[in-house]
Design a protein around this ligand. Structure first.
Ligand code: HEM
Length: 513
């Protein structure tokens, strides 16, 4: 007995000694390891790589995406290679089609991407390939592909507009203080997506923190996860994560809060009895598939991300552009007046379908400000893109809808102008090739929520426009600054004054020189 106690005592000291030695060795050799792995990356002396590494681009451009746009516009093939990032970036529609459709199997999301977003999105649909992706896509398509989905979306959004949106904006229309429309739309789209996908009223959740704290944590987790991709080597953030320091510590804390929200959504759904319900979450829960608690959490987070941030981003940019273009605002109101008429509280689905100019204005605003500015895939085997660019196995390929929306070769010499008319022929909205406009992605992984999103965008936009005039706090020539994140967000939000719409306002506005 005494002997075994003695030997265990020695064993534990031996373990401590062993682990301490390993730790000391790691600490001693880590800087060399990082240095050598980064040296290879930093060694490219080409102008573009140096501009990236030394952040020289920031001398001329407000946003990284504007710099990428500039170099893509100036590239004859509309494709560039950032050697230090091992990333081929393209704004060439032929390449986009090749990556997203023709050679879909050779360009999955891939392991590097899943590890960047893995802590936040886990095995959720955005972050996986293969069977895990197919399963979630099938379940989501059953729900989002229903014939009645648009009518149901309209019902959910109309309820939200009727019960909250108009009341809140009426309140804000009496304020002298500015309202951040971006935050407002994020709250709205969160409520809509909870009702639509989870069959839940967010107000009924029993949360230990106010909803706004969860929203902040959600945004932070999205921003910090996206920033991992900007590091010159994944080793940098992986070490920070191992030591739980800096941004990785913040990310861990933010994810902890986000998890609390997801757990409460799942708990509430269980309480409500998911077997009798046919929303998306209930479908997953009753599918009989092997879905553990963690997988359910990942599903909830991915769909929240898909439906909340993208729609809020699209609405915010739309109102910013419309406020800067009174002539577009006038055309939107004139169309609504013709189709919906006066004194109608909420438009019907048939009326919404008839609003071609509104549809065009929404597409046009997403052309200039796509909610997902760029999207990366991973090249499995060496490949050659249609424009002749060679892509090496194991490197990243990125298509860039933000830059594509600003290409003269695609949209003509007035590509920087906000001009909804470019989408209309004889007043009817005309669809463009999705590989020239991959705002909803295209090919097998095309956005599953496109129809829901369009209904939501149109009905919210017209409901607000008909009742209120949105006046921007920023000046006419201000350039928006984006926050890094998975979805495009204005760093300073969108500060506006809300005013009740008077019938004479617009005429007065148009009379101004
Ligand atoms: C204006 C609004 C929206 C835009 C611009 C948009 C755009 C996109 C884009 C670019 C992707 C590809 C992302 C990637 O693979 O990395 C995507 C995927 C997806 N979106 Fe949307 N989206 C919008 C709204 C929504 C909404 C409201 C939902 C509702 C649930 C949704 C559900 C999805 C899903 C499930 C996927 C994954 C598809 C797959 O991987 O097969 N989206 N979306």
């Amino acid at each position: 007995m005494e002997f075994s106690y003695f030997s265990r005592f020695h064993e534990s000291w031996f373990c401590i000694f062993l682990w301490s030695s390993i730790l000391i060795l790691v600490i001693l050799f880590l800087p060399f390891f990082i240095f050598y792995s980064l040296r290879r990356r930093l060694s490219c002396n080409c102008e573009i790589c140096q501009a990236y590494v030394k952040s020289k681009w920031a001398d001329q451009f407000t946003n990284l995406c504007d710099w990428y746009t500039y170099i893509l516009q100036n590239s004859p093939s509309k494709t560039i290679h950032i050697h230090v990032l091992n990333n081929t970036i393209t704004a060439n529609p032929d390449n986009v089609e090749y990556i997203l459709r023709t050679r879909f199997d050779n360009f999955p999301k891939g392991k590097p991407f899943s590890s960047i977003l893995g802590d936040f999105l886990g095995r959720g649909i955005f972050n996986v390939d293969g069977d895990l992706w197919r399963f979630q896509k099938k379940m989501a398509s059953l729900e989002l592909g229903r014939v009645s989905v648009r009518a149901y979306a309209l019902e959910v959004v109309n309820k939200e507009i009727d019960s909250r949106l108009i009341t809140l904006l009426e309140l804000a229309s009496g304020w002298e203080d500015e309202l951040d429309l971006q935050t407002f739309f994020r709250q709205l789209s969160f409520d809509v997506i909870c009702r639509f996908l989870f069959g839940l009223d967010p107000g009924s959740l029993e949360l230990s923190l106010p909803l706004s704290k969860f929203a902040v944590a959600f945004d932070l987790a999205s921003k910090l996860s996206a920033e991992r991709a900007l590091e010159l080597s994944p080793i940098v953030w992986k070490i920070r994560r191992l030591l739980n320091i800096g941004s990785e510590k913040e990310l861990r804390q933010a994810i902890k809060i986000v998890n609390m929200l997801a757990q409460e959504v799942i708990r509430k759904k269980r309480d409500m009895g998911f077997l009798q319900q046919n929303d998306l979450l209930s479908r997953f829960m009753s599918s009989g598939a092997n879905i553990d608690e963690k997988f359910l959490r990942d599903i909830v987070i991915s769909f929240l991300l898909a439906g909340r941030d993208t729609v809020a981003s699209a609405l915010t940019s739309f109102f910013r552009l419309v406020a800067h273009h009174p002539e577009v605002e006038a055309s939107l109101l004139a169309e609504a007046d013709k189709i919906i008429g006066e004194n109608v509280e909420l438009a019907s689905y048939e009326q919404i379908r008839e609003l071609h100019y509104l549809h065009a204005a929404i597409y046009e605003s997403m052309r200039l400000y796509p909610p997902v500015q760029f999207d990366s895939k991973y090249c499995l085997q060496d490949d050659l893109l249609p424009d002749g660019s060679f892509v090496k196995s194991g490197t990243r390929v990125t298509y860039h809808p933000y830059a594509m929306g600003r290409m003269e070769e695609i949209w003509g010499s007035d590509c920087l102008k906000f001009k909804p008319e470019r989408w209309l022929k004889d007043g009817i909205f005309l669809q463009q090739d999705p590989f020239r406009y991959p705002v909803f992605q295209a090919g097998p992984r095309v956005c599953l929520g496109k129809e829901l999103a369009l209904v939501e965008l149109k009905i919210v936009a017209i409901s607000v426009l008909l009742k209120f005039h949105v006046k921007l706090a920023e000046s006419q020539d201000s350039v928006p600054r984006f926050s890094p994140g998975l979805t495009s967000t204005f760093q300073d939000g969108l500060q506006v004054l809300i005013r009740p719409r008077s019938t004479t306002y617009l005429t007065d506005q148009l009379k101004q020189p």
